[in-house]
Design a protein around this ligand. Structure first.
Ligand SMILES: O=P(O)(O)OC[C@H]1O[C@H](O)[C@H](O)[C@@H](O)[C@@H]1O
Length: 428
């Protein structure tokens, strides 16, 4: 991954974010890098995530899924236990990866009504093994396979922690079970079995995904000047300190649309703490030029736009047509048009003095997605160090999980009691 940060420096929105300011930040980055590197070598909680390209065994995962013969995969998981797999398979252009993360019964019914159970593997993922949405969806899916007379036990792989209700279910049915590695929070676990089982079942080269991750990991150095990942994290913090509280993540590749979703969880859950953080907004180029760009260019000075741009892609000619005013299209390809839109957006933001960062990758393929995932994880960890927050926890999210469990008749929790006592103000 490469960065061009020119448009984020010295903009009217962010006076003070200059090359000098970044130079001053470089010492803090060097110190934070030492903490991160020490955390990696001691496999400390959270920091161990950056070791996954080394510690994950692609052959171990491939061996575990080998007996499963399937053309499609249904992943049952939520948050960090779903978005990694979704991001990787989408980046590789896979259409036969389905996801049950939410528990909207109408959407679930529609998905299960259309699914070919015989050819679809079930990939159940939960680090804790207790998440209500995931467990409920797994029970529903098992039931649907049974109702269709299809043996779900022959097609299911479970990825979870050592113990817990999901581990018990897996043991009871003697299902193949892979581990969520120690020291790795869910949203940082894409390059483990959590994110790689689905692409492995679908026949992708998951070793190449890990290779891309290794490249990103090996490029972590203690200076902004030669480490794009850290430069991104440091710059986002410098901007956040000056009131840039929204980070609009806008890839110019459909295949990276779920990457923006993955980034949103990473950025929000890791950095939204102690009154700090940036709100991640999801956008897609060029589509959202025709929707959100108005706000980013002419709205409040509180947004940075992250423009992600692959430098190579498969392309398609635009057919020439003899109609006045359309000749210019006949000389171009769809890729040329998308690139021109990208350049125009970047220039238009700069002309309005709005900060943007250009992230480039060679191609959206196995290596490219591995590189991007690890680079943004490292960027996030760097940002967390500079902000002084606990990057690897998510207490605010746990609050809601505890409340929902208590409300459904699980063990009584203080959070559920707070929901029961909440003050309503109804207007009917
Ligand atoms: O993997 P699980 O334990 O099922 O957790 C799934 C998700 O649950 C919560 O929402 C956490 O905040 C997320 O970080 C996590 O990824």
């Amino acid at each position: 991954m490469q960065l061009d940060i020119g448009n984020a420096l010295d903009s009217a929105a962010t006076p003070g974010v200059s090359t000098d300011a970044l130079d001053r930040l470089d010492d803090a980055v060097a110190d934070a890098h030492e903490t991160i590197a020490a955390g990696m070598s001691n496999a400390r909680f959270g920091y161990a995530s950056l070791n996954l390209p080394e510690t994950t065994s692609a052959t171990g995962i491939e061996r575990a899924v080998d007996p499963i013969d399937a053309d499609a995969v249904l992943t049952v998981g939520i948050g960090g236990s779903a978005l990694g797999a979704k991001t990787i398979t989408a980046a590789l252009g896979e259409a036969n990866h389905y996801l049950l993360d939410n528990v909207d019964p109408e959407a679930t019914n529609r998905l299960l009504d259309a699914l070919d159970f015989d050819s679809t593997a079930i990939n159940v993922v939960s680090k804790s093994g207790t998440t209500a949405e995931t467990l409920a969806n797994f029970l529903v899916v098992r039931d649907a396979y049974e109702a269709a007379g299809v043996d779900w036990t022959e097609r299911t792989v479970v990825t979870t922690g050592e113990s817990g209700p999901l581990a018990d279910l897996a043991a009871e049915e003697e299902l193949p079970k892979l581990a969520v590695p120690d020291g790795v929070p869910g949203r940082f676990s894409a390059l483990s079995a959590v994110g790689l089982v689905a692409p492995a079942i679908l026949g992708y080269d998951i070793e190449a995904v890990l290779d891309g991750g290794r490249e990103a990991r090996d490029s972590l150095t203690g200076s902004i000047d030669d480490c794009p990942a850290y430069a991104y994290g440091a710059l986002a913090v410098a901007l956040e300190r000056r009131g840039v509280h929204t980070n609009a993540f806008m890839p110019y590749a459909e295949a990276l649309e779920p990457f923006a979703e993955w980034f949103a969880q990473l950025w929000a859950e890791s950095l939204g703490k102690d009154g700090q953080g940036q709100t991640p907004a999801r956008a897609l180029g060029a589509t959202d030029q025709h929707s959100q760009l108005q706000l980013y260019r002419a709205g409040r000075h509180d947004t940075m736009v992250t423009l992600v741009h692959p430098t190579a892609r498969d392309d398609r000619e635009i057919p020439a047509v003899d109609v006045e005013g359309l000749a210019y299209l006949g000389d171009a390809t769809l890729g040329d048009l998308l690139d021109a839109e990208f350049e125009a957006t970047e220039a238009s933001l700069a002309a309005a003095d709005k900060p943007s960062i250009r992230v480039e990758l060679d191609r959206v393929d196995e290596r490219g997605i591995g590189d991007l995932l690890v680079s943004f994880e490292a960027a996030c960890i760097m940002a967390g160090e500079l902000m002084g927050v606990e990057t690897f926890t998510q207490p605010a999210v746990e609050w809601g999980k505890n409340a929902a469990r208590g409300l459904l008749g699980g063990e009584e929790t203080a959070e559920a009691a707070a929901v029961r006592n909440k003050h309503n103000y109804l207007i009917e």
